[in-house]
Design a protein around this ligand. Structure first.
Ligand SMILES: C[S@@+](CC[C@H](N)C(=O)[O-])C[C@H]1O[C@@H](n2cnc3c(N)ncnc32)[C@H](O)[C@@H]1O
Length: 291
């Protein structure tokens, strides 16, 4: 993600979907050199072309479209929120690059090893933001509620929850446990944004997604195979059973049409990757069954 966001940030302001100047801090030395050379437009175009040829046409465009879509969703909601919980924050730098978020108490939740790398890479920046709390949690094993409360999360904040690029790496049990914890931590009507992969891809039914095969090979080669997905038609029920109401479910293909086309850019997002916005439903959360 950091490489893809770094490449996007090299584009001239009028052609890019966002600028993430911190992204280059999180990449390997080799990629840092490439990104530096990418300030020359011809080099950047060549790097993108090679990147898309090796990884297939889906991943980069999908990542860029999803980043911008989520930026917009968060910024739209920010004024009415007091907290932002970023689940599986990884190298997301929104708390530091989107000024409408800077009044929020921010909870960056991820595995300790990832947080260690991130904090080392951006020591200077985080020390200027005392409202950012790093909360080490493994969704497969740890108690998210206890960890957030220990970090002074305020119940019923109001809060935005973001879970981007993570469900596809988890077990179904960890997805359920995490959603259950989020619903109990959230106030009624709080916003949850998360991404998921179309379940058909996880089941090996790739006919509708020509970009899927190389993408799957890439993530598997990196030791991060996809393990979880949802059937888009079942998402409203999936959420309702867990105490949320679906507000919007957009594939990154649809998001790409929304963002790339007006700029005359030819990239296409992917139909296999979805961004969901949902609300904590008005109901008795104690009645929500434990997964
Ligand atoms: C593809 S990255 C996405 C990072 C960030 N949300 C973004 O979109 O830029 C996936 C993130 O999920 C985290 N993750 C994966 N499995 C996890 C688990 N079991 N518990 C906590 N975090 C996990 C990884 O450490 C990583 O930061």
């Amino acid at each position: 993600m950091a490489v893809q966001r770094g490449l996007e940030s090299l584009r001239p302001a009028r052609w890019r979907l966002f600028c993430d100047p911190l992204s280059s801090r999180f990449v390997s030395t080799r990629w840092r050199i490439i990104l530096r050379a990418g300030h020359f437009p011809g080099v950047r175009r060549l790097v993108e072309a090679i990147y898309d040829r090796v990884g297939g046409p889906g991943p980069r465009a999908s990542a860029i479209a999803r980043t911008r879509l989520i930026d917009d969703l968060l910024v739209r909601e920010a004024q009415s929120a007091a907290q932002l919980v970023i689940l599986g924050a990884g190298f997301d730098s929104r708390p530091y690059r989107l000024s409408p978020l800077q009044h929020l108490a921010i909870f960056e939740v991820d595995q300790p090893a990832t947080q260690h790398v991130k904090r080392a890479a951006m020591r200077v920046t985080t020390s200027k933001l005392p409202n950012v709390h790093f909360v080490p949690v493994d969704f497969e094993h740890d108690d998210l509620t206890a960890a957030l409360e220990a970090a002074h999360y305020e119940r019923h904040g109001p809060t935005m929850f973001l879970w981007e690029g993570v469900t596809n790496y988890l077990t179904a049990a960890a997805v359920d446990t995490t959603l259950h914890a989020v619903r109990k931590l959230a106030g009624d009507h709080d916003l949850l944004i998360f991404t998921y992969i179309d379940r058909a891809v996880i089941d090996g039914d790739l006919d509708a997604f020509p970009e899927a095969r190389r993408w799957i090979e890439g993530v598997t080669r990196r030791g991060e195979p996809w393990t979880f997905g949802l059937d888009p038609a079942g998402v409203p029920n999936f959420l309702a059973n867990r105490g949320f109401t679906l507000e919007q479910d957009l594939s990154t293909a649809a998001a790409g049409d929304q963002y790339f086309k007006p700029l005359g850019r030819r990239e296409r997002g992917s139909a296999l990757y979805h961004v969901v916005a949902a609300r904590a439903a008005l109901r008795n959360v104690d009645a929500i069954s434990t997964p």
